[in-house]
Design a binder for this molecule. Structure first.
Ligand code: NAD
Length: 259
């Protein structure tokens, strides 16, 4: 399917690895001029080269911490006026809420709520002026079904979700859509580090804990970053202009509800 976004510009945050990389890869494959952001230059460079080799598109990169004002300014300087914005950042650490002080909460809110809101604020009016915009926020299945040890994530991402629900309706008449993608278990570095912590707590080997995670999913496996990227690229396509303010769960059917 031609996604109809060839030649559009995309800023994809936290994209040297994992789900962000999957989104950047799928957008580049659709002919989009992609700029990727992450903190480590070496990873970014090799990811940009790998995507270029697979898609034949030139990929720009910016080494920056997207959760800081300076990092966001650097990203927007390299990719001013994106038509497509994929908001993403590292997830907060797991833990017990009794141990989280105000600083821990502010870090989580900065990364997983205020950073996407700031980037939306910086880019949405340009999208409105050009009568095309697609914003996808990578949140988490934890927004729909909270995970006890990820209270920082549950809280910060729910704040973003509430905000997006309001403004998505406000900008939709300008052909600007804002939606959230809610990943369940995708096999990335982040998932592997969470599984490693769970294995230690349960006195299990890492491989046994990994397999238990796969077995627990209705599909019998974890999702892949390529699958996640393909869903993101479709949401960014010309065909998805009527999908507005939605929270799309990609979890292999792990959430057991009818809706
Ligand atoms: P990952 O660890 O595989 O990749 C994270 C990427 O973000 C890397 O490229 C890293 O360099 C970059 N990054 C992290 N912090 C950054 C920052 N401050 N500034 C710029 N770049 C930064 O993680 P992932 O699995 O792809 O997860 C992406 C997001 O999705 C996270 O917020 C995670 O919590 C969430 N999530 C993931 C899963 C899963 O199963 N993988 C499930 C639910 C939610």
């Amino acid at each position: 399917m031609d996604l109809g976004i060839g030649g559009r510009r995309a800023l994809v945050c936290a994209a040297s690895k994992g789900l962000g990389r999957g989104c950047a890869q799928a957008l580049a494959a659709a002919g989009v001029d992609v700029t990727i952001v992450a903190r480590a230059e070496a990873d970014l460079r090799s990811t940009a080269e790998a995507i270029e080799a697979r898609t034949g598109r030139r990929v720009q990169w910016v080494a920056a911490d997207i959760t800081t004002p300076q990092g966001r300014a650097a990203a927007l300087a390299r990719c001013p006026d994106p038509d497509i914005l994929v908001n993403n950042a590292g997830g907060p650490p797991p833990g017990n809420f009794r141990d989280w002080d105000r600083d821990a909460w502010i870090r989580a809110l900065d990364a997983n709520m205020l950073t996407p809101i700031e980037l939306i604020r910086a880019t949405v009016d340009g999208m409105i002026a050009r009568s095309f915009g697609r914003i996808v926020n990578i949140t988490s299945a934890a927004v729909k079904a909270p995970i006890d040890v990820l209270g920082l994530s549950n809280g910060a991402r729910s704040g973003l979700t509430g905000f997006v629900a309001g403004i998505a309706r406000d900008v939709a008449r300008h052909n600007v859509t804002i939606n959230n993608l809610l990943p369940g278990p995708f096999e990335t570095d982040r998932l592997r580090s969470m599984v490693a912590a769970r294995a230690v707590a349960a006195g299990q080997s890492f491989d046994a804990a990994l397999q238990a995670g796969r077995d627990a999913n209705p599909t019998g496996r974890f999702g892949t970053a390529d699958e996640f990227g393909a869903a993101c690229a479709f949401l960014c396509s010309v065909h998805a202009g009527f999908i507005v303010g939605q929270n799309l769960l990609l979890d292999g059917g792990a959430y057991p509800g009818t809706f």
